[in-house]
Design a protein around this ligand. Structure first.
Ligand code: SRM
Ligand code: SF4
Length: 571
């Protein structure tokens, strides 16, 4: 092929190719106090290190009026496979939040923590403090494998235990290698290492020099507890058990949420069943799928660069053929019968076996903060410091305190009362089942509010639902400040997606177990009309639902046209 016919790669491909395995000129730009913000190439590369350069969007207007530039700052995202932290690691992260970030810890929809508002001059100290506790941020973002999800519940259950171990193994196996050297040099005063004389397949054996076309996401889940939303993932391992023992995993591939307004070539898709692998084959299968993506993903158009489009464009049969022929040496097996039947939020006191308990707490939109008499951050700190309990984060933006005993219960609950932390069972179902992405003021892509708007919306839902006698219904409501879908809104019963200003697009009809995509029912709905619009639909659900029928199932049964009629949208 002549050069002029060669595909035009996206600029990020150039940043990776020239980036010396994620090093770029990050050491130089961080060493130079005169550099206020990073170059374009380093802005791309720092993502692989688990950080984004951001700007305080709340401050933008006033700073612009005052003629001063943007208030640059950094977001840092941890890599926490299966959402696990020891008590000491949790306390260290709480210190980081107070010392270097904006005083909050943000549980993400991928079982991790984000820090917001870290200043450039504090970045090295922050990264060093994180790494000192043996937690890394490498691969938190960027075109590599992201945080690996697994149901974090520490129940005495062999399937959960195995999947939590396999999540660690997959995360370790898919971590960048040469990139890790650059990470050490940039943040931890590691020796500069060059790979100029080393073949890319040796330096970075899984990824090569240009890493992946785009981000890659893996999750493990259980049929009766899909708390990691496995069908939203590039790669999912759904445990198959026989007599309670894990015998292997149905492998799903090609899920994803993100879409772009006015770009009909982008859409959310559910992962498709590809085959069945035994536990000992999981790591090799993950490597195979990621290499398939590396080789066949789109490197020209980043909007279409996800594995879901390879699956969509090829179809599942071709995907299977290519995977088993070129990327996986194990036997080709059909997926087993293991339908998804539930999703556990893991709230409240539950047994870990051996006389130990864990306590699952609902965290509104994942934000661990102190605000007035609600002092969640201080309260969690006090509990973790006193009881030395390990901490786990869920993919539903919640937290678990693990390894407690029956004797600890009174003391823990007294601390919760002291710090104004509600017991999960006192919260409404809609709050417990809701999620929202950070959006404004930190996310540069946000076109509306989300996390800051959600509490007000939940209040309105609570009033409406309890007025209709539906207060006990578990209804999943997920909101995002743009169509990228970070809170997985297209898999909820009610998805509310930022459209611009104070307007949102309404999606209705998924289910609370993450098995189905919902459908757009109305665009451009003003924020204050969202709940009023839904009231007639909920009244009809109350009057006409079949026994035990969930809201999402009901709206799917009555059909889109009827739903639109009931919410007053154009049919
Ligand atoms: Fe996300 C980009 C936050 C989970 C799809 N996401 C972003 C950025 C980094 C904005 C940016 O590119 O500058 C957001 C940072 C906001 C901030 O200020 O913190 C951001 N995403 C988040 C988090 C923190 C949302 C949350 O409420 O917790 C989640 C971090 C997870 C983690 O710990 O790794 C987060 N993002 C997701 C998910 C859900 C998931 O992975 O299960 C999705 C949908 C699944 C998927 O990948 O398709 C998701 N984020 C996106 C996209 C759309 C990608 C696409 O293929 O179209 C973007 C935009 C992009 O990558 O260009 C994005
Ligand atoms: Fe930002 Fe959009 Fe993701 Fe929300 S959904 S965090 S607004 S990219």
């Amino acid at each position: 092929m002549s050069d002029e016919n060669a595909p035009k790669l996206s600029p990020v491909e150039g940043h990776k190719a020239e980036g010396h395995y994620l090093r770029g000129t990050l050491p130089e730009e961080f060493a130079d106090p005169a550099v206020e913000h990073l170059s374009e190439a380093n802005k791309s590369l720092i993502k692989f290190h688990g950080s984004y350069q951001q700007e305080d969007r709340d401050a933008r207007k006033n700073r612009s009026k005052a003629g001063v530039g943007k208030a640059y700052m950094f977001m840092i995202r941890l890599k926490l496979p299966g959402g696990k932290l020891t008590a000491d690691q949790y306390l260290a992260m709480d210190d980081v939040a107070g010392r270097y970030a904006n005083g909050t810890l943000r549980i993400t929809t991928r079982q991790s923590f984000q820090f917001h508002g870290v200043l450039k001059g504090d970045m090295k100290a922050t990264m060093a403090a994180i790494n000192a506790t043996l937690v890394t941020t490498l691969g938190g973002c960027g075109d590599v494998n992201r945080n690996v999800l697994a149901c974090p519940a520490p129940h005495p259950d062999p399937a959960r235990k195995q999947m939590q171990e396999l999540a660690d193994a997959v995360a370790a196996h898919l971590a960048p290698r040469a990139g890790a050297k650059a990470y050490h040099e940039v943040w931890l005063n590691g020796e500069p290492v060059t790979f100029d004389d080393v073949a890319p397949e040796v330096a970075e054996p899984i990824y090569g020099k240009t890493y992946l076309p785009r981000k890659f996401k893996v999750a493990f889940s259980l049929p009766h507890d899909n708390c990691t939303d496995i069908l939203a993932q590039c790669l999912g391992f759904l445990a198959v058990t026989e007599k309670g023992e894990p015998v292997g995993y149905n492998l799903y591939a090609g899920g994803g949420q993100g879409q772009t307004n006015s770009n009909p070539d982008t859409y959310p898709l559910l992962a498709q069943p590809v085959g069945f692998v035994e536990p000992g084959e999981v790591v090799a299968a993950a490597e195979g799928i990621i290499k398939l993506f590396r080789d066949h993903g789109n490197r020209e158009n980043r909007k279409r660069a996800r594995l879901k489009y390879v699956m969509h464009d090829w179809g599942v049969e071709k995907f299977r053929d290519v995977f088993y022929r070129d990327y996986f040496k194990g036997p080709r097996r059909e997926p087993r019968e293991a339908p998804i039947t539930g999703l556990d939020l893991h709230h409240g006191w539950q047994s870990m076996g051996g006389g130990k308990l864990f306590l699952g707490l609902s965290v509104e939109n994942g934000r661990i903060k102190d605000e007035g008499s609600f002092r969640l951050r201080s309260g969690l700190r006090a509990i973790v410091a006193k009881y030395k309990c390990d901490v786990r984060l869920t993919a539903q933006q919640d937290v678990m305190l693990c390894g407690l005993t029956g004797d600890d219960r009174t003391g823990v609950e007294a601390l919760m009362t002291e710090y104004g932390i509600p017991k999960p069972e006192t919260l409404s179902q809609v709050q417990r089942w809701s999620m929202a992405c950070p959006a404004i003021p930190t996310c540069p892509l946000a076109i509306t509010e989300s996390e800051r708007a959600m509490p007000g919306l939940v209040d309105q839902f609570e009033t409406m639902l309890s007025g209709l006698g539906l207060g006990e219904e578990p209804i999943s409501v997920r909101m995002t400040g743009c169509p990228n879908g970070c809170a997985r809104p297209y898999q909820s019963e009610i998805g509310i997606v930022g459209r611009g200003g104070t307007k949102y697009t309404l999606y209705i009809g998924g289910d609370s177990y993450g098995r189905r995509l919902n459908a757009e029912v109305q665009d451009g709905v003003p924020f204050d009309q969202i709940v009023p619009k839904l009231t007639t639909l909920f009244a009809s659900f109350k009057a006409e639902r079949a026994r035990g029928e969930a809201f999402g199932d009901y709206v799917t049964r009555i059909g889109l046209a009827k739903v639109k009629e009931l919410i007053g949208a154009k049919v």
